[in-house]
Design a protein around this ligand. Sequence first.
Ligand SMILES: Cc1cc2nc3c(=O)[nH]c(=O)nc-3n(C[C@H](O)[C@H](O)[C@H](O)COP(=O)(O)O)c2cc1C
Length: 198
Amino acid sequence: MTRPSIVVMAGSSRRDSFARRLAHACLEPLSQIGADVQLIELGDYPMPLYNGDLERDSGLPDAAVALQQRLYSSDGVLVVNPEYNGSITPLLKNTLDWCSRPNPKDEPRSGGAVFAGRAAAVLATSPGPMGGMRVLFHVRDILGYLGMHVIPQQLGVGNAGSAFADDGRLANERQQGMLDAALGALVHAAGRLAPESR
Ligand SMILES: Cc1cc2nc3c(=O)[nH]c(=O)nc-3n(C[C@H](O)[C@H](O)[C@H](O)COP(=O)(O)O)c2cc1C
């Protein structure tokens, strides 16, 4: 079986973002488990706030088209979330909204086709003790609405300021074990959902 392709993205573009840190901590384990991993920095895909007039007059932003193509060629997505007021960040929601729109110039690789039938996993992290647990249910719902198969395994890493060891892994070995299990389940699901079954 070919290595399933997993796109990893964090819902923050902040330089010292904990979500970006957790996303980075997932790259090596995903690769070791057998995935072909691509990290996507949403800061490299700037998009205006979605507005239907803008879409009608100018079409999709170039960044949305580029991201759609990367998502389309993936078998699964790992979304690492900060929690804003119990829910997802505007950066992530805006990105998902633009990417969910059809592109008449690239119809087969746009809109719902970039999400549907693929595997997804959701993680969260926060400086607070709850680890962003509340955002997990919101983002899981949205990805499911987009037609993704969101695996049940999830993790909220609390007290993010002290959660990472110097080598970038989680300092708590039990928590690292839970992360590895979730990543393993994602790679397994992505492999099972490879293109022939979409
Ligand atoms: C608008 C806003 C709302 C927030 N709401 C929450 C929240 O509901 N729960 C929480 O744990 N932290 C909340 N925080 C704190 C964030 O968890 C913290 O700023 C975190 O570092 C942001 O993620 P990042 O480090 O990946 O950029 C909020 C921060 C902002 C700016």
